[in-house]
Ligand binder design. Structure first.
Ligand SMILES: [Zn+2]
Length: 151
């Protein structure tokens, strides 16, 4: 194994500009895995034209927001009690697909709901999956993400 010359330690930690979010036009397939185009699916929620009517649609739109790195949408759809100050997007992570595995409640007629999903990604080229059971609640008529537990 050859030794590489170490990088100078004086370089600022965030010297490299983060990779730009993947470009996604309105006609591109929606990252959430629905058959619809982004502009007719999660894009409508991201732009604020519509609010996600169910916990599952909100969860799918939040996954898509991670794909396009829409921090504002993620924070807007996060319960005030658990909302972070900001969302860190790891530029090495590429989200590659979403599988919704189970839902409970979370329809128009509920005020709480859960969505269990697997979000697939590659991190620095290595494939992986995040499995989470997310909790959602309705706040002023809009679904928001509360928290999640890892399966
Ligand atoms: Zn979508």
């Amino acid at each position: 194994m050859s030794r590489r010359k170490p990088r100078p330690r004086t370089a600022p930690a965030r010297a490299a500009a983060p990779a730009p979010a993947p470009a996604l036009g309105p006609d591109a397939p929606c990252p959430c895995g629905s058959a619809a185009a982004y502009g007719q699916c999660c894009g409508r929620f991201h732009s604020g034209v519509e609010r996600a009517p169910t916990a599952e649609r909100l969860m799918r739109s939040r996954y898509s927001a991670f794909v396009v790195r829409d921090e504002g949408y993620l924070l807007r759809t996060w319960a005030a009690a658990t909302r972070p100050r900001s969302v860190d997007f790891d530029p090495e992570t590429r989200w590659t697909g979403l599988e919704v595995l189970d839902t409970t409640d979370g329809t128009l007629f509920h005020t709480t709901g859960t969505v269990t999903f697997a979000a697939h990604y590659t991190h620095a080229g290595e494939p992986g999956a995040l499995r989470e059971r997310s909790r959602f609640e309705k706040d002023g008529g809009a679904w928001v993400y509360v928290d999640g537990t890892f399966d």
